[in-house]
Each structure stands twice: as C-alpha cells, then as structure tokens.
Write a protein that binds this ligand. Structure first.
Ligand code: UD1
Length: 345
C-alpha cells in the first residue's frame, strides 16, 4: 500500500535530514520545505546517496503563508507534517527575541491554520527538554513541572506546545505528537549527513569534534563545581538516528489512528545522564583521539543536570534509544573527518 506524503519543514537541517532518511526508508514520500537559513542544499545529495531517493524540495520560508498555500496546492497528497523549521540558538534568542517569536510561532500557526483545509491529519512538533528548566527531580517524566523559560528560544517551545493544545481543544480536526528532545548528537553512520554548525559551535559535541580535528585549540568545560559526581553538568545525549526513528513511529500513529488521544507528548532520551567530562572520555575511548580541554567558569543560564525518563516512549511507541554512546561518538568523528575530506571545514 502506498504511504501518505509527509511534509518535513526544516528537512535540510540536522535532525530534519536524518528524519527524512528514516521516513524514506520506511516508504514515505517526502516533500521538504526549508529556507536554508541554517543549512545547505548539498544535504539533499547526502540524503539521496543514503536512500537512493531525492526528496522533493521547496525553498521557502514557513512564515510565508502564500508560499505554504502554493506548496499545499502543488502537493495535495500531504497527510502529515513534521515541523522542524525553527530558530534554535539560545544565546541568539536573547539578542533577537522578535526573530525567534516570529519564526517559531508564525511557522507553527501557519501550518495549523492550513492543515484542516488541506486534509492534513497530524503534525509532529519538535519540542525540547528545555521546557523542564532545572528539574527538581531527575529523571524527568512528561508529568514533571514545566518551569518558566529562561530564554526566548525556550519560551517559543512552551508557547508552541500551548498553541497546539489550544487549537486541538478548539475542535480542529487534527492530531499532534509533541516530542521533547533531550540532547541530540552524532551523525548518520554513512557519514553522508550530520550536524553542520554555522560559525563557532555553541553546542558541546560539534565543539568537541572541531577541537579534536584541530579547528579549535581547546574545548572549554563550563564549570566543574556543580553538584554532580565529577562537578560538570549532566545531560541525556541521544543519538540523532535513534531520535529520527521516533518521528517515523509518531507519524505512523497519527496517520493510522493508533494515537490514544489527539495530543500525545513524549520525552525522547536514553534515560542515562552523562557529564561533560564523561562525554569527553567516551569520545576519546571510542575514537582514540585526544580532546584538549580545560575547565573554565560556568556558562550563564546552564542547567546543572537533566536526563529523561523515556518509559512512556519506550512503552507506548515501542521505541528505545539504543545506539551505544561509543558508536555515536565514532559516527560524529567520521562526519567531522568527512567534512575535512570535502574541504568544508
Ligand atoms: C542547549 C539549550 C537547550 C537547547 C539546546 C539546543 C540551554 C540551557 N539549553 O542545551 O534548550 O534545546 O541547547 O541546541 O541553553 N558545554 C561545555 N563546553 C562547550 C559547550 C557546552 O562545557 O563548549 C557544556 C554545557 O555547559 C552543557 C553541556 O555541555 O553542560 C551541553 O551543552 P549544549 O550542547 O550547549 O546543550 P544544552 O545547554 O544542554
């Protein structure tokens, strides 16, 4: 049976591209909309090399309602949406709040607005563990309290979750699965796609691999005086391919009426917290490559520790993040080497 077409917004980006690969492997026809603001169209070649299929691609901005209408007119068979298109740098969001609210909120509202009239049944939304702030108790479940956001970026994730809830409560004939990601890391094992940070990476793993290859002199570990076993912050690092696979299951639930309710929320993490120093160790032992690093002061706004209780996703979706961290580290390293080989960085 032919599967329904899925619209992937932001499908050229890091998590989006890995998800397009898994969707295509599962037999879903895909159309990507992306404004390429934080990505490169060469990623489409990588997706094609992995899957043998070049996804349809529309270069446009999801805040542009007319462009979205034209897209739905061109692809009347779209039945599901996965919405990755969003700005995601915490620091930048503090500097440019309007950009963040405009991009992230308008994109979602435009999609929700157009879905019913175009026969789109459901939308998967990329949320974040940032909604839990600094949790009182770890691991966090989906019932853990939502904390006041500490950045406009984090606030957009909370508001977007509320917008989806309100729209569905109003009786809109659509479903949604909200996925709260912990810290996505790694790259496709083929090294055809991976993370491509713009400028100096703010996130730990891309900074680490760029240091390992010599682009950066040394990695700064932001603080070793936290209330954790080794003093550095703890996160739940989840392999990007594991994460991508969860989206395929979520889409399938929405389209085949398996969802238990019109809105479902899942934490996507491994359930294991790793400290910054443990992650550096895991990289060094998996690859045999040393990462020069030094301890510096804390980074403002950082959470001390947060990791997931993924039981709900494990039980209900039948999904587990089971890629060993060593494999994830080797894939991230292979991708960094590939970027050098291609002369990209
Ligand atoms: C951050 C955001 C999160 C967002 C995610 C998306 C905050 C509080 N959280 O997550 O909402 O969804 O980015 O990208 O901003 N570290 C170093 N040295 C570095 C870089 C990072 O020690 O050069 C440490 C950080 O202090 C942190 C850990 O590595 O403990 C992970 O940092 P990062 O990759 O930036 O992710 P988060 O801060 O967890």
């Amino acid at each position: 049976m032919n599967k329904d077409r899925i619209l992937v917004t932001g499908g050229v980006g890091y998590i989006g591209s890995h998800t397009v690969v898994e969707l295509q492997k599962a037999g879903y026809p895909v159309v990507i909309i992306d404004n390429l603001s934080n990505s490169n169209r060469d990623v489409l070649d990588g997706i094609e090399r992995i899957t043998g299929i070049r996804p349809d691609f529309v270069e446009a901005d999801c805040t542009d309602m007319e462009a979205l209408k034209a897209l739905f007119a061109k692809y009347p068979d779209i039945r599901g949406i996965i919405n990755f298109a969003a700005s995601k740098a915490v620091g930048e969001s503090v500097q440019k709040p309007i950009l963040y609210y405009r991009n992230n909120l308008n994109t979602l509202m435009n999609l929700l607005d157009l879905m019913p009239t175009h026969g789109v049944k459901g939308i998967v939304f990329s949320s974040s563990c940032t909604v839990y702030g600094e949790p009182d108790v770890n691991p966090v479940t989906e019932q853990s309290p939502i904390k006041t956001a500490t950045s406009p970026y984090g606030n957009t994730k909370q508001i977007c979750e509320e917008i989806i809830t309100d729209v569905i409560r109003s009786g809109a004939p659509i479903k949604s699965v909200i996925l709260r990601y912990f810290n996505p890391v790694g790259a496709h094992p083929s090294a055809e796609i991976g993370e491509l940070p713009n400028g100096v990476p703010q996130n730990l793993l891309p900074y680490l691999t760029q240091t390992a290859i010599g682009i950066r002199k040394e990695l700064s570990v932001f603080g070793d005086d936290y209330n954790t076993p080794d003093g550095s912050c703890i996160r739940d690092y989840i392999d990007v391919v594991d994460l991508a696979k969860a989206h395929v299951i979520a889409v399938e639930r929405m389209l085949t009426e398996k969802s238990e309710s019109s809105i479902e929320i899942f934490n996507l993490g491994t359930g294991n917290g790793l400290s910054v120093l443990q992650l550096i160790n895991a990289f060094e032992s998996a690859t045999g490559v040393k990462v020069p690093h030094k301890i510096v002061g804390r980074r403002e706004g950082d959470i001390e520790k947060v990791w997931a209780n993924p039981a709900h996703a494990n039980n209900v979706l039948g999904w587990t993040a089971d890629t060993p961290i060593e494999d994830t580290m080797r894939n991230a390293w292979a991708w960094q080497l590939k970027l050098r080989e291609r002369g990209i960085m």
